[in-house]
Write a protein that binds this ligand. Structure first.
Ligand SMILES: Nc1ncnc2c1ncn2[C@@H]1O[C@H](COP(=O)(O)OP(=O)(O)OP(=O)(O)O)[C@@H](O)[C@H]1O
Ligand SMILES: [Mg+2]
Length: 275
């Protein structure tokens, strides 16, 4: 697999069962390199489970998951991170006493561990490695407009700013395929809107492909070139936001409730129409 650049994801006939419950049932999904694909659908429709299968947290009972043509089945979750499959969120609330810079340094350290002894003895390679890490951290601080919060403790930040730090930390994991599960959950609508340019910047700065699970449909429609709608473990509609917003099956499965917010209307808005 190439070490850099956005990856191509192909999920084919993916099925995941929990005991007798089929949570994901024959899902097919493709994300082209560098695209942002939205995955939407009602609660319990299998979105998170689909991401879990790609990241390796759950084992599919059938189907294939390929990144740049390579089957992931044999890869452990930690090996998937190494090839650039990065799942969701760091949560910098884990380090309330640390500054933004320190939290980001920890994320960078996690990727490029330098032996404690080498660091302590200030070996030249350790000093060079430290400088490289600091440069990487500087760059994300700049890219995400966090300069003035650099030395603030994360516990002093607003929820929105903390999420920006979380997004910035994702860049340091060097994702090639980024799986985001409800990144705007729990934040105010106004701050969620501010997330649109931030997520776009994340995708550009990290230079990755993104699969985004979100209940904020306007945000998904604004950001994503392709939207996939799930219901009861299966894909019921997919296409551009425009196509999906007109698809009676998407409206029946999920968008009907948001139709007013989206200013869409159509014959399928009231109920499922046959296919
Ligand atoms: N570890 C698990 N064990 C048993 N059942 C599970 C497990 N994880 C998920 N499920 C079930 O699988 C189905 C799909 O759940 P999933 O979390 O993928 O849905 P979702 O689309 O992400 O929903 P939400 O929008 O609420 O996050 C649900 O019926 C859920 O209860
Ligand atoms: Mg979920």
């Amino acid at each position: 697999m190439p070490a850099t650049g956005p990856a191509r994801l192909e999920v084919e006939d993916l099925t995941v069962s929990f005991g007798g419950l089929v949570a994901v049932n024959g899902v097919c999904l493709t994300a082209e390199p560098g695209s942002i694909v939205g995955l939407i659908g009602p609660n319990g429709s299998g979105k998170t489970t689909t991401l879990d299968a790609v990241s390796g947290r759950v084992t599919p009972s059938a189907g294939s998951i390929r990144v740049d043509g390579e089957e992931l089945a044999e890869y452990l979750p930690e090996e998937r991170i190494e090839v650039g499959v990065v799942r969701s969120f760091q949560d910098c609330r884990l380090f309330p006493e640390l500054s933004v810079e320190d939290v980001l340094m920890i994320c960078e350290d996690a990727r490029h561990p330098v032996g404690v002894v080498s660091s302590t003895l200030q070996m030249p390679w350790a000093r060079r490695a430290e400088r490289r890490k600091l440069a990487a951290v500087d760059q994300v601080i700049g890219s995400f407009g966090l300069s003035r919060f650099r030395h603030h403790r994360t516990s002093e930040l607003s929820t929105g700013t903390r999420r920006v730090v979380d997004l910035a930390s994702i860049v340091l994991a060097r994702p090639r395929l980024l799986l985001l599960d409800e990144p705007t959950a729990g934040i105010a609508q106004r701050e969620a809107e501010a997330f649109i340019p931030l997520l776009r910047r994340l995708q550009q700065v990290a230079d990755c492909t993104v699969v985004l699970v979100e209940h904020d449909v306007p945000l998904v429609f604004e950001l994503c070139s392709k939207v996939v709608v799930m219901e009861s473990g299966a894909v019921v509609s997919e296409g551009t936001p425009e196509e999906v917003s007109r698809d009676p099956r998407a409206l029946a499965a999920y968008l009907g409730a948001s139709a007013e917010a989206l200013e869409v209307s159509g014959p399928g808005a009231g109920g499922r129409s046959g296919d």
